[in-house]
Design a binder for this molecule. Structure first.
Ligand code: CMP
Length: 154
């Protein structure tokens, strides 16, 4: 089915100059661009985005990682867009992410987990987990009227 999904290039992805590489992967996989914005999200927006993580040990540091930091929000449309985007992104943990995925190719593997530190995994990119999350997150990051397929050259 044709679906829409929400991707974020997180602050480490923006600051490491990976925006072109990351966006190219979604484009070449056939996802169509609907919306794109560089923004410095408020605490309220990040709290809503990560509502399922409020009770986690790493949540305060997840706020530090994301709030008022440069983030690119991207809306895509395509066949099986939600699962396609997740596949391109790879596993949450950089050491589990397969080569060929964004995280597997670029995310830095650190010792934070071995040391049990309550720090956020800096994994460059986010993609909505399922269709419900995708619709919820699209509404959080974009105004519905701003999401339109950009079209193609004939
Ligand atoms: P994301 O896919 O955006 O979803 C939630 C984010 O929280 C995740 O990427 C990581 O940045 C972070 N995260 C998830 N699990 C952990 C964990 N066990 N420890 C630290 N950070 C995590």
């Amino acid at each position: 089915a044709v679906e829409r999904t929400l991707v974020l290039v997180k602050p480490d992805g923006v600051q490491r100059g990976l925006i072109p590489d990351i966006l190219e992967r979604f484009q070449t996989a056939g996802l169509e661009l609907l919306g794109l914005e560089l923004t410095y999200p408020s605490e309220d927006r990040i709290a809503q985005h990560y509502e399922e993580h409020h009770d986690e040990d790493f949540y305060p540091t997840l706020l530090d990682y994301m709030v008022d930091q440069p983030v690119i929000a991207v809306a895509y449309e395509g066949v099986e867009a939600v699962s396609t985007a997740r596949k391109l992104v790879g596993d949450t943990e950089p050491h589990n992410a397969a080569p060929g995925t964004i995280r597997g190719d670029h995310a830095h593997i650190t010792t934070q987990h071995a040391n049990n530190e309550a720090k956020p995994v800096k994994n460059l990119v986010h993609a909505a987990e399922d269709r419900d999350a995708a619709e919820r997150e699209l509404n959080l990051w974009f105004d519905e009227g701003d999401l339109r397929p950009v079209g193609r050259l004939d």
